[in-house]
Design a protein around this ligand. Structure first.
Ligand code: F6R
Length: 571
């Protein structure tokens, strides 16, 4: 969370470059933003930060950058400094004055202390020394107002370095460098980068010796990050799903076979992810069971560490993540690696921490997801897991057939008439406070994901349940008119889920059926294609659209729900 960006270059438009980059990084947090820009002979030096608040409220004082007492050093930061309290107390005892409640501010004062006796001390060694004292997954950029340099270092939290016609750049995501550079270098943990008007320098994390950047091409383009004809990224990304799925069906044979082989060789495989990615992982667990007759365990990222004890050097952990930066997932992967497990990743952002930590990584190829809500990365993950499950069963051709049907199904689900229907349903429930969503079997994770999509963007309280669990408590909450969404594919769950729907209806629930076939129990009916085991891909689309429409009707920006950030890089 939090986006950081630094620039040193010859153009007078340095300030605008920073602002423009912050707009691109806004998805990482939009509680507040700040920048600092200085003129040096023939160059601009500056940096900016977009904040997702962790320590201290959303106030001007807590917005980055943060300064030391002398005003010489400014710092921007992404992460959480876990031991900041002890260090801050020590600094206060030494007479430092703090202006914010953030953990970040300590860094500026620590640097100030480290150069107090020798103001000409090389900042690179100071930053190395200071950073080594910080606990946690952090990335920082320090701006020195005297020597006019930006110095950066990171631990797990990402930082990318770029060199372009107009100058030199640092950013927490390559996305911010589109249009400025063609080649990027991903900083390694502990590696220190310095950019000045004269160029870029790097120091090795292990030896401290200077080293050359390991540049690779930046393949993202401006079209990947623009809205095009759409009013919001959320609806743009929902509409991109057919293309993403088509590409997976066409091009993913080799990686699918490779992941299937890793699962076959492993002594036990575990799926892990957070939020939406966890529901894709749970869908995968169902798919592996029903198609490949394999038990592939599933745990949410934040719980992995409490369940990791049986991981061995013969285990395979399959981590799912759009950003590849989710702290809970990264921590799980690092813990599993320590136990000797192999790591496979299904990850959208190339070069992300997860991508780089994994022994084997399958890129989702979904293109940048800029709406804070995950949509296309979700269906991409399920499509890949469906193919892997079938490959394990020796029936990859069936998965491909199902995927083509799913592509058609998704296209029908986003077609104007379906979207209009969803809009009408949204208008009929927009005033309600609660919605309940049920599914069984493969549709259970879909119910969880549908609830997440609706609640996080519209702020309507929505809960997903396994259909059979309703009567174990939750049904007490159903009252006259309560929207109750029921996923009812034409599979073995149909009779039981319709009984559940009837039970809700008997208590006054307004039943919204998502199904290839209408049923008398439905008060409102959203038709979806019958696509067998690919149903999680198609059935989630009406929920994505419903969330979007509810957000619009309630006057919320669907791309930036309150309190959220796209990359959850803190625990
Ligand atoms: C929900 C959403 C989040 C993310 C979760 C994991 O729409 O976007 O629940 O799915 O924070 O993020 P990634 O996939 O980047 O690891």
């Amino acid at each position: 969370m939090c986006g950081i960006f630094g620039y040193v270059g010859a153009t007078q438009a340095g300030g605008e470059i920073i602002l423009d980059a912050l707009r691109k990084l806004e998805y990482r947090g939009y509680d507040s933003w700040g920048d600092a820009v200085a003129d040096v002979p023939d160059a601009k030096i500056g940096f900016g930060h977009t904040r997702w608040a962790t320590h201290g409220g959303v106030t001007d004082e807590n917005a980055h950058p943060h300064l030391d007492c002398t005003g010489r050093f400014a710092v921007i930061h992404n992460g959480i400094i876990e031991n900041y309290r002890v260090i801050k107390d020590r600094l206060i005892a030494r007479g430092h004055l703090f202006h914010s409640e953030t953990d970040t501010e300590i860094v500026a004062h620590m640097i100030e202390d480290a150069v107090a006796d020798d103001p000409d001390r090389d900042l690179v060694s100071v930053v190395r020394e200071v950073f080594a004292q910080l606990r946690g997954l952090n990335a920082i950029i320090v701006m020195d107002n005297h020597t006019h340099q930006l110095t950066a270092v990171k631990n797990v939290s990402p930082l990318v370095l770029g060199e372009g016609d107009k100058g030199f750049y640092l950013a927490s995501d390559a996305l911010a460098l589109i249009g400025h550079v063609d080649r990027i270098h991903y900083l390694e943990d502990g590696q220190v980068a310095r950019i000045t008007a004269d160029g870029v320098s790097l120091w090795s994390a292990t030896t401290g010796a200077t080293q050359a950047p390991n540049f690779e091409p930046l393949t993202l383009t401006a079209t990947d990050t623009s809205l095009g004809i759409y009013p919001h990224f959320m609806i743009k990304e929902i509409h991109e799903q057919p293309d993403v799925l088509r590409r997976i069906g066409r091009e993913y044979t080799d990686p699918v076979k490779e992941l299937a082989a890793l699962i076959r060789e492993s002594y036990g495989a575990f799926l892990v992810g957070s939020g939406t990615a966890s529901y894709a992982a749970l869908s995968g667990s169902y798919l592996f069971s029903r198609i490949a007759r394999r038990h592939v365990n599933f745990t949410v990222g934040s719980e992995f560490k409490y369940q990791e004890h049986f991981i061995t050097d013969r285990s395979l952990v399959i981590a799912l993540s759009q950003s590849g930066e989710t702290a809970d997932v990264i921590e799980s992967v690092m813990a599993a690696k320590q136990r000797g497990a192999k790591i496979a990743a299904l990850v959208n952002v190339r070069g992300s921490t997860l991508d780089r930590l994994a022994d084997f990584s399958i890129p989702l190829g979904a293109g940048p997801e800029q709406c804070v809500l995950s949509t296309k990365a979700y269906t991409a993950k399920i499509a890949i897991l469906l193919m892997v499950a079938h490959e394990l069963n020796g029936s990859l051709h069936v998965a491909r057939e199902l995927l083509w049907q799913a592509v058609d199904g998704v296209e029908q689900a986003i077609a104007p008439e379906s979207a209009n229907l969803i809009r009408t349903i949204a208008a009929s429930i927009v005033q309600r406070e609660h919605a309940f969503i049920i599914g069984r079997g493969l549709s259970y994770p879909t119910a969880l994901e549908a609830a997440l999509k609706i609640k996080e963007v519209s702020y309507m309280h929505a809960e997903g349940f396994a259909g059979g669990e309703l009567k174990h408590g939750v049904i007490a909450l159903v009252e006259k008119g309560t929207p109750s969404i029921v996923f009812s594919p034409l599979d073995e769950t149909r009779d039981d889920i319709l009984s559940g729907a009837m039970e809700m209806r008997s208590r006054g629930g307004m039943i919204i059926g998502v199904s290839p076939e209408r049923d008398r129990v439905f008060d409102a009916y959203i038709p979806v294609a019958d696509v067998g085991d690919a149903s999680p891909i198609v059935n989630v689309i009406p929920a994505q659209l419903l969330g979007y429409e509810l957000a619009l009707l309630r006057g919320h920006d669907p791309d930036k729900p309150r309190n959220l950030a796209k990359s959850v890089t803190v625990k």
